[in-house]
Design a protein around this ligand. Sequence first.
Ligand code: C2E
Ligand code: CA
Ligand code: CA
Length: 572
Amino acid sequence: MATTLNVLVIEDSEEDTLLMVRELTKAGYSVKFEQAHSAATLAAALAKGGWDIIFGDFTLPGFSGTAALAQVRKYDSEVPFIFTSGTIGEDTAVAAMRTGADDYVMKNNLKRLVPAVERALREVSGRRARRRAEERVIYLAYHDAVTDLPNRYLLQDRLKQAIFSARRAREPVALLVMDLNGFKAINDSLGHHAGDCVLQRVAARLSGVIREADTLARLGGDEFAFILPRTDGEGGMVAARKFLHSLKEPILFEESSLMVTGSIGIAWFPEHGATGEALLQKADIAMYAAKARKLDCAIYTADRDQQAHRRLNIMTELREGIEREEFFYEYQPVVDLKTGRVICLEALARWRHPRQGLLLPEMFIGVAEQTGLIEPLTARLLEKALDDWKRWYSRLRIPVFVNLSPRNLQDPEFPDRTKDLLKSREIPSSMLGFEITENFVMSDPLRVANYLARLHDMGTPLAIDDFGTGYSSLSYLRQLPVDILKIDRSFVMDLADGDDAIVKCAVDLGHNLGLSVVAEGVESARVQDRLRRLGCDLAQGFFLARPSAAPETLCWLEQRREKAPTGTRWEL
Ligand code: C2E
Ligand code: CA
Ligand code: CA
């Protein structure tokens, strides 16, 4: 089939036009053509568009070839343009080419027309392909390949523009940074393909609820950002809730239905900064604060800045402190209320800080959890607990209970590593126990139950810590492989004021499940007596003994002439 060629001929002589068309038709082209002879007729033809090639007579009465070329290039920088002329000399022809024509052909030598056209068409298609490839490269430099959203660079650029226009119009502009919760678990357990799919679906949902003037970008990983023109902090909150609401429905992936939630931090111009960088940093701090407080979204405030600073400091110091062995355990005995015997010890972390002195866990455990440093910290402390046991408590054979953080239970290798540590030191696994808070146990019941079973199967006893502060269901607790229930000290301390309903309930519940029940935070003889009357088995608190370093605890134990605690139900 003949190739159709749409030709625009800028020419005053119809005869010359027809001659050129005939040459092309002879060569097998099916030619559609139109003739223009002035700036006005040329403009009309260009406006129509769709030209494959344009011929321009170099010398026209009242219109020049170079002016015609300039006019063409304004419309289309790529369409091939060939000068035709009867009078053009070599020098003029070269000069004409310099103005951006693709070729020139003498009217008295039209044999050159077809080869010139073919070459020009070839070249333009090469140019177009190259340009498309370049455009793709540029596109990818500014977009995220997974979601097709603008990436961090384009966001920064748009943010700069948005602040610029906002300043001129005296309007606010809000920046929202969103981090997905639970995304890492999806990636780790279902693979990157699932992760990519979730990101695409999240991107699609968010794109569906933003306004036309808003920009949604993916900053990387599981972080997204929104630029909202004409929006301040309050408006940002409203928008943030709308965005989070769009993620409420679970995302279906193959057989799984995945829940994804987000935390959003908000900063706005001019309140929190006048540059994109400042807004990004502050929205990030706000997002972090939202996450730490388990809120959906938070607006930046200056004290969050200080907290971020302090956290950064503590983080650096924590890392150095672990290397420099500044962490150690104090031990607090747990006493049997009937016999007065010490049943086990709880290991409580302490930091001998080089400048601030002795620091309690509330100063560093939270930060260690948020920054991931809890893993090396627990690993180091665990070895310390086992070394302490070997050195101080092996003769008395008193088990030591170590507190675990949620993060520790996300490490699939933790049970095996613990087993190896016990083995290499020849310590029976029943001499090391773990405490896990009720809140965490309930956060992901099925996974936690499986994980605890792995620990328990090794022979290490387990305790549910801070009982009463979470919302455990009885039927679920029944399935958990645990040995001890520790009633949170806030309820125990209230006992002195006569309110014993919660403690009584917890004691009965524990016994129904066949667990030993510990009351924490026993500070007086009165509370101890009440606990005894309520049938509570075990107690721990300042009234019995304060936490103290390993050698002091041993002294305390020996003064009480402790014997081996026989018959504890978790001594397997
Ligand atoms: P927890 O597991 O509930 O530990 C008991 C806390 O109660 C300890 O505080 C202990 O010193 C305190 N306590 C004991 N008896 C009494 C009393 O009669 N009255 C009062 N008011 N308090 C009493 P501490 O050592 O400050 O530890 C606080 C929390 O930090 C612990 O609460 C535990 O959740 C966490 N923690 C401690 N060590 C570690 C650790 O090595 N790893 C992890 N992940 N968390 C730890
Ligand atoms: Ca504990
Ligand atoms: Ca506790």
